[in-house]
Design a protein around this ligand. Structure first.
Ligand SMILES: Nc1ncnc2c1ncn2[C@@H]1O[C@H](COP(=O)(O)OP(=O)(O)O)[C@@H](O)[C@H]1O
Ligand SMILES: [Mg+2]
Length: 354
């Protein structure tokens, strides 16, 4: 129905994508084959860094004598994989089937906090509603009884692999760097997941390398974790007050850090993703260590994360892409995840096929 598209509308689409013109279908197919090959190669590298151990977590502790019970099922805890501000992540073994699962347990200090419990419920329900192989659906959950101070936990499939952050740190330890092609292939996969969120009008609000996993064995190879701070249009309860920044400060767009700030939207999510792309080439995280309080907000927004020394570390072909993602002005950024995906295709074609 190309006749029904007005030239002006076409111009607007082309303008929105400039300088990354969308590829024609046959070139897109070619690029998709290239992405598969890069992804396969990348997964070999992840498997190498992961090694044979089942739990390659740096913060692994000795097995905890604990069991989570849910109806007739119970999970024997094998290790504490992570302990963050809001939740602890245990790897547990189903006592009957012997399969491994991840149990995300709300921290004791929030046991009686109705806001945090509501967030936790939202995480479980969102994870089940969003339909993409790169999103883990909660298999089970228990929210206990608030008046009895019972514990809340969510059960997820166990993903064997490394978080993007752990992977990048290992790349650095091995004195290697990601190639531009690898970063673009990862970005392509990530935007594929985020397009599903955009369609459902869900904002993740905590996009950062520790919330993505690379897994050679998982059907999607890249998994987006942690909907703990997400917004849900179907959930009328507003859990976040005005002027509150969620998530890690360095991934928060400047407009969110201003006083009298705007609320998060797709365009601020795109900023966070731009910082993820920067971190792929600069994982030392020296500038990225100030975590903001979960209920705090910054009074002095920092300027662009794309400073000259950061630009030196990025492959030059990627700089225009990163610029469009982390521009100080929201209006200069991409407006949709599909645009970033098309830009990745354009750049990959340029790098691999010309
Ligand atoms: N399903 C899973 N499989 C394997 N590891 C996981 C899984 N879910 C979480 N993790 C590990 O636990 C960490 C924290 O999980 P996350 O859901 O992001 O909780 P938090 O809210 O504490 O950040 C992740 O960065 C990852 O290392
Ligand atoms: Mg997390």
């Amino acid at each position: 129905m190309i006749n029904s598209i007005s030239p002006r509308f076409l111009d607007r689409i082309i303008d929105a994508q400039r300088p990354f013109m969308p590829l024609m279908p046959e070139k897109r197919n070619e690029v998709r084959k290239i992405i598969s090959a890069i992804r396969e190669n990348l997964m070999f590298q992840v498997a190498d860094y992961h090694g044979p151990s089942f739990f390659p977590y740096g913060h692994e502790v000795s097995p905890v004598e604990q069991e989570f019970n849910r109806g007739s099922r119970s999970f024997a805890v094998q290790c504490l994989a992570n302990s963050g501000g809001i939740a602890e992540i245990y790897v547990g073994k189903d006592t009957e089937t012997k399969r491994y699962f991840v149990i995300k347990r709300l921290n004791d200090k929030y046991r009686d906090n109705p806001n945090m419990r509501a967030r936790f419920r939202r995480e479980a329900s969102l994870s089940r509603r969003l339909n993409h192989p790169g999103i883990l659906a909660a298999l089970d959950y228990s929210f206990g009884r608030e008046d009895l101070g019972e514990e809340s936990f969510i059960v997820y499939p166990f993903v064997r692999g490394l978080t993007l952050l752990d992977f990048l740190k290992r790349v650095e330890v091995h004195k290697r760097t990601l190639t531009a092609e690898q970063a673009l292939a990862i970005m392509w996969d990530i935007t594929d997941i985020l397009m599903v969120l955009e369609e459902a009008r869900v904002l993740h609000r905590d996009l950062k390398p520790d919330n993505f996993m690379l897994s050679p064995g998982h059907i999607n190879n890249i998994v987006l974790l942690d909907f703990g701070l997400s917004s849900d249009p179907n959930d009328p309860i507003k859990l976040t007050g005005e002027k509150v920044i969620l998530g890690k400060m360095d991934f928060a767009a400047p407009e969110l850090k201003n006083k009298g700030s705007m609320v998060a939207n797709i365009i601020s999510e795109i900023f966070a993703l731009g910082v993820v792309l920067i971190v792929m080439f600069d994982p030392s995280l020296k500038r990225f260590e100030r975590d903001c309080d979960y209920m705090g907000f910054a009074s002095n927004p920092i300027a662009t994360p794309l400073t000259d020394d950061v630009k030196d570390k990025l492959p030059p072909q990627l700089i225009p892409l990163v610029e469009r993602m982390v521009d100080h002005l929201p209006g200069n950024r991409f407006a949709h995840f599909w645009q970033i995906q098309r830009a990745c295709e354009y750049l990959l074609y340029d790098l691999c096929c010309r």
